[in-house]
Design a binder for this molecule. Structure first.
Ligand SMILES: [Zn+2]
Length: 247
């Protein structure tokens, strides 16, 4: 019967149980620095501090199609899927938000002031933690509904461009939907102290891509692309481990 076992009169499939136990053991060993090298799992992400920044939130919906389809919701779903890949590989993940809110001061009424406070808080979170990477996730929109594809913007910090190109390459491989990589002057790219990219994962204004962005499997694929790009960045650069901490 292979992976089937009888437990108190019930048959359960052992395979998923074994996968979970092995996965947990791996993450614990990695965190405790028991594992330094192994051919089975990538160790480059062990102990790395990665900031995942789902753009917008709260009063700021970001790009939208009508009132129901909002960038802030889609990027949160994609960021959460990305988080799981990083955590399973032993990285420490800081999410700038994991719910529908911005990071501005409570009670601040001016939307312009809220936006400034929100972006400043996201950057401070990453700089204070001395994170190894900053990955901001957004969804695009344009008047031209024919526009589609992933765009990666990178900061001037060393390693950012390389990281952007790895993510674009992974996107070429897994979705075939790459539009460009280019320098970006966004606040979160200018002010963060570590390699940072802002990934516009697709165009909500493009009917075909709008449907894809809602598809859980496609979201998973986008998360995988971002994760793989970051993994390749660490693998190929042999970047020293961070002194950053999650607190
Ligand atoms: Zn955005």
């Amino acid at each position: 019967m292979g992976m089937l076992i009888l437990v108190v009169g019930k048959r359960i499939n052992l395979f998923p149980v074994l996968m979970i136990v092995t996965g947990l053991a791996w993450v614990v060993a990695c965190r405790m620095h028991i594992i330094e090298t192994t051919a089975l799992f990538p160790t480059e992400l062990c102990g790395r501090v990665v900031v995942l920044d789902p753009g917008h939130g709260g009063v700021d919906p970001g790009a939208h199609e009508g009132e129901r389809i909002l960038e802030k919701d889609l990027v949160l779903e994609i960021a959460d899927k990305t988080r799981k890949f990083f955590v399973n590989a032993g990285a420490e993940v800081i999410m700038t938000r994991n719910q529908d809110h911005d990071l501005a001061a409570p009670g601040e009424k001016s939307l312009a002031v809220r936006k400034r406070q929100d972006l400043r808080a996201r950057v401070e979170l990453a700089n204070t933690a001395k994170a190894d990477l900053y990955l901001s996730i957004h969804v695009n929109s344009a008047r031209d509904r024919g526009k589609s594809g992933l765009e990666v913007y990178y900061s001037e910090k060393q390693g950012s461009k390389e990281l952007a190109e790895f993510i674009a390459e992974e996107s070429r491989r897994y979705t075939g939907r790459v539009r460009s990589t280019q320098p970006g002057r966004f606040f979160v790219l200018r002010e963060t102290n570590m390699p940072a990219v802002l990934v516009e994962v697709g165009y909500l204004s493009n009917p075909e891509e709008k449907n894809l962005l809602h598809d859980k499997k496609y979201q998973e694929r986008l998360a995988w692309i971002i994760f793989q790009g970051a993994l390749r960045y660490f693998e190929q650069n042999n970047v020293p481990t961070t002194t950053g901490k999650l607190n």
